[in-house]
Design a protein around this ligand. Structure first.
Ligand SMILES: *Cc1c(COP(=O)(O)O)cnc(C)c1O
Length: 346
């Protein structure tokens, strides 16, 4: 038996830490990739209970799933739209649309007009990552076009946004300068966006002047800290997911537990991960396709439970640091076949 146990009360505490840290900016909870594999439905439901009103869903499938779990009041932002069919589906589910190309702006306007609705859009300026977003050279024409569509009543420009690298403060400062310029040009074009947003977890926590009206935080909400950044304690967050497994066999040299969690990258985790066992912390000595081994402890027996990562074991980010990657990458390698179990501690 192997399962991914998600502690919803710890999740709620992380959300409160984030709220206290970023207020008065709002927290858009990012729920892409099935809520970073923690399971979209239960995460969204608990977040609504905790007062989250904005969700960041990446694609339309996730947006529609978020709508189903959140109810009609929540605002849901999607920013990966493949074409007219995606836009139609997104508008039908009352999703906000992130728009990073002039072509998509035209598509949204014509789909909204045909559907007789007003699309809520957030215009994206490319501030240097070159991953989608309108380049500074094209921005003036882009916002003029958006203003014309807004005047025609087919869309409403709710926000202006970008995504920053969070790799160095100096680069982020440069990106923010491009962003500021874009916002000023949008205002000159007659737009009055009520939500400016650019920061994700790391910048939102570290840099007050990057928070604007809203921050888009995923990782920290799930207790996934940045590699080589502040500790969980410094941030005031804790991992909410723990990979739990059952002891199958005990031998002198190793305890074999169920569930290889090896998926490419993770097959190199042997020797780099400290599991939590009933006998204390022990090193994971082998990771295979369907079982793993842990250094033995006194009195180990079949049926006992161990935690491979999360909880009292190393965190996903601890492991990521030793593998030269990021915590999200470790979590996302978790197979969708591993059942999720939800617990509340209080
Ligand atoms: C994933 C993502 C975020 C959240 O980033 P975290 O580092 O997980 O907080 C924010 N904005 C965009 C556009 C994203 O793709």
């Amino acid at each position: 038996m192997i399962e991914f146990v998600v502690d919803l009360d710890t999740f709620a505490r992380n959300l409160r830490t984030i709220r206290d840290r970023v207020a008065p900016a709002q927290h858009m909870l990012v729920v892409k990739d099935d809520a970073y594999r923690h399971g979209l439905e239960r995460i969204v439901q608990r977040a609504v209970t905790e007062g989250i009103t904005w969700f960041g869903a990446l694609d339309v499938v996730t947006g529609v799933g978020t709508r189903a779990a959140s109810g009609p009041e929540a605002r849901i932002f999607t920013w990966m739209l493949a074409g007219a069919d995606d836009v139609r589906e997104a508008l039908a589910a009352d999703l906000d649309l992130g728009i990073g190309t002039a072509e998509l702006l035209e598509t949204v306007a014509s789909v909204a007009e045909a559907a007789g609705t007003v699309a809520n859009v957030h215009l994206k300026i490319d501030t240097g990552l070159h991953r989608n977003g309108v380049r500074a050279e094209q921005w003036e024409a882009f916002v003029a076009r958006a203003a014309a569509f807004e005047a025609a009543g087919v869309l409403r420009v709710v926000g202006i946004w970008t995504h920053i690298a969070e790799a160095s403060d100096a680069d982020d400062d440069d990106q923010r300068a491009v962003y500021e310029q874009a916002v000023a040009q949008a205002r000159v074009a007659g737009l009055a966006p009520e939500l400016l947003h650019l920061a994700a977890s790391a910048a939102a926590f570290a840099r007050e002047d990057f928070r604007y009206d809203m921050v888009r935080i995923g990782a920290f909400a799930y207790g996934i800290r940045s590699t080589d950044g502040p500790s969980d304690t410094e941030l005031g967050i804790a991992p909410i997911g723990a990979l739990r497994s059952e002891v199958l066999r005990v031998a002198n040299i190793a305890v074999t537990v169920d569930g290889g969690f090896a998926d490419g990258l993770l097959s190199t985790a042997a020797g780099k991960l400290n599991a939590a066992t009933p006998g204390g912390v022990r090193r994971v000595s082998a990771v295979r396709a369907d079982t793993s081994s842990i250094e033995p402890w006194d009195g180990a027996k079949a049926g006992e439970q161990v935690t491979l990562y999360g909880g009292a074991a190393d965190s996903a980010t601890d492991l990521a640091e030793r593998l030269g990657t990021i915590g999200e990458e470790v979590i996302l390698r978790l197979s969708r076949e591993v059942p999720r179990r939800y617990k509340t501690t209080s």
